[in-house]
Design a protein around this ligand. Structure first.
Ligand code: NDP
Length: 332
């Protein structure tokens, strides 16, 4: 009998999540029922959104229930199938959960090919991360050549891809990231035009230096004080994309909203929320375009892979301390 190691949500965290918020268990796998697949999970995507899924309350997706396997996207191999759409040996991408094996109906799963791209890439540039960067920037941000595009969380998974797409589109790209190494990487490896190290310099002063004509598109991954600082530097008819607000996800008090929002009025600017799953119908064409950029070296994907399912709670929290450098992935 095969044993399945699993992390279940034990309670709803206050502030940062810890190992005590999860129950670790080892369970024997039952026989497969008709319509089900068994997937051996290989890589799990660790996303800031997972912290939000642990909270109760209305969001764009239902919270993880207490006692349920912690939700995580991942890629793995079908090792047994009683579903007509999937066969043993297929590789799939889907909500596999923080466990060794997914077993159940493969709702929303799709096939990926490890001969075309390494499996982790299907969780980074060719997965939800890349799709977020692509649609949040191009659809909601609507950049034009020559625009100044500012991106926070710029050395992270979504931010680094979004910045490179903005370069492909002929924009001047300024990244906001924490620390010298990440800022250097953005300039030297990814070809950003300017950087602001928010941990070591004043962001408003950095924006004045790097964006003398103001900010046409702001791609926000962090919210809080950095959002407020960028609002104070908007150009006429700027677009502010609210993709995420990681600085606020572990708050024990109310979320800090922007004080400088009247800059939207003065500059006839707009600020719009974005959720990647709204674009699912167009993932295939966007993925094909992304694959082309990757092949030509116009977009580079950096993955930060940590080994061992057992490390899950601590590895997840690296996202909030900035310890991840690239797309954070757990190798099961
Ligand atoms: P990242 O790879 O960017 O990792 C998170 C990074 O955020 C850290 O490395 C750290 O970088 C930065 N960070 C953490 N805490 C703070 C803070 N207090 N202030 C400023 N920066 C901080 O993660 P992802 O690329 O996966 O996600 C980026 C954002 O995109 C998140 O907000 C996420 O929720 C959002 N997202 C939204 C989606 C949507 O559909 N709306 C879909 C997917 C992601 P540093 O070292 O520079 O501080």
């Amino acid at each position: 009998m095969t044993t399945n190691r699993q992390f279940l949500l034990a309670r709803r965290p206050t502030g940062a999540a810890t190992r005590d918020d999860f129950t670790y268990q080892e369970q024997p796998l039952a026989d497969l029922a008709e319509g089900q697949v068994r997937v051996k999970n290989q890589y799990l995507s660790l996303d800031p959104a997972m912290r939000g899924w642990m909270n109760e309350g209305k969001s764009y997706i239902a919270p993880v229930g207490l006692g349920q396997v912690m939700r995580a996207l991942g890629v793995g191999e079908v090792v047994e199938s009683r579903h007509p759409g999937f066969a043993k040996g297929d590789f799939v991408n889907g909500a596999l959960g923080v466990q060794d094996y997914f077993q159940g109906e493969p709702g929303g799963f799709y096939k990926v090919d490890p001969k075309v791209a390494p499996l982790p890439l299907y969780l980074s540039a060719l997965g939800m991360t890349g799709m977020t960067a692509y649609f949040a920037l191009l659809d909601t941000g609507a950049p034009k050549a020559g625009d100044t595009v500012v991106i926070s969380g710029a050395a992270g998974a979504v931010g680094s891809i979004a910045g490179q797409i903005a370069k492909v589109k002929g924009c001047r790209v300024v990244g906001i990231a924490g620390g010298k190494d990440k800022c250097q990487f953005l300039m030297d490896e990814l070809g950003f035009d300017g950087v602001i190290d928010y941990k070591n310099e004043d962001v408003v002063a950095g924006l004045k230096r790097e964006c003398p004509k103001g900010v046409d598109v702001y791609f926000d991954n962090v919210g809080g004080d950095i959002l407020d600082a960028v609002l104070s530097r908007l150009a006429l008819r700027a677009r502010v994309v609210i993709c995420g607000a990681i600085s606020q996800y572990n708050n024990k008090t109310a979320i800090k909203g922007p004080a400088n929002y009247l800059s939207l009025l003065v500059n006839r600017a707009r600020m719009e929320g974005f959720v990647v799953i709204d674009h699912a119908a167009n993932f295939a064409s966007a993925g094909a375009e992304m694959a082309g950029w990757l092949a030509k070296g116009q977009v580079k994907s950096k993955e930060h892979i940590v080994e061992g399912l057992q490390t899950f709670p601590e590895t997840l929290m690296k996202l909030f301390s900035g310890e991840n450098f690239g797309k954070l992935i757990l190798k099961v």
